[in-house]
Design a protein around this ligand. Sequence first.
Ligand SMILES: C[S@@+](CC[C@H](N)C(=O)[O-])C[C@H]1O[C@@H](n2cnc3c(N)ncnc32)[C@H](O)[C@@H]1O
Length: 238
Amino acid sequence: MAAGGFAFQNYNESSSYQRRILLKATDALYDSLNYVKESENGTIVIADYGSSEVYNSMVFLSSILHKFRETSQQPVYVVHNDLPDNNWMKAFRTIVDSNESYRKVPNTFFSAIGLSFYEQILPEETVHVGFSSSAIHWLSEPLSAPDHIIPSASEDSEFLALASEQAHKDLVSILKLRYKELVPSGRLLLQFADRTRESIISNIWQEASENLFSKGIINEEEKRDLTIPMYRRSPEEI
Ligand SMILES: C[S@@+](CC[C@H](N)C(=O)[O-])C[C@H]1O[C@@H](n2cnc3c(N)ncnc32)[C@H](O)[C@@H]1O
């Protein structure tokens, strides 16, 4: 199983925090679309890496594309990506059924790809604007820290060095893959969790794993192996 490889249940209903983060990138994505339209007369391809059940991306894109239509009639093709086990049925129903869908914007199309973003998922030089929000802090490999459920919250310096190296390799790999997929004048916007509030957020999960252990639901070995393989990078690491 790839890191992050489980289907979130009811993500759309429980991710207003992530939505607020994503909406902060509204102007940046709108500017990127205007930038790429200068060199592209045909269809503009937008790729969304790590979309989950799609509601957040859909609302985000909807307002941007309505505004974009005021100055451009170019077709827009949105490609959502997440792992194969993502709740794709819910994602499709959300895009098709919601009144807030970007499908209300004329000449806008969509599809979805169930593959890890640690692979090339689109042909070379086909993406005009790529974005990813609250997703690329998920590592490619499930690393287990000896003392904490979240790798980047570990206080074991030897383990932290290993995890930092993995996070670095993963970020480089994501950038190289997206570089291949982007057209030469394309833009990539990445939002991901950093170390700033590490202890507050990560310790909630650590407490939950301690609770499972104290209630006898998991044993010592299972507690040690339990991991949410995220790595919040420090500004220096980024
Ligand atoms: C917290 S959700 C973010 C969803 C959405 N982008 C948002 O802003 O609300 C993180 C998503 O990243 C996905 N993810 C984690 N690792 C991934 C990978 N290697 N490839 C594709 N998606 C991945 C998870 O499955 C999850 O749906």
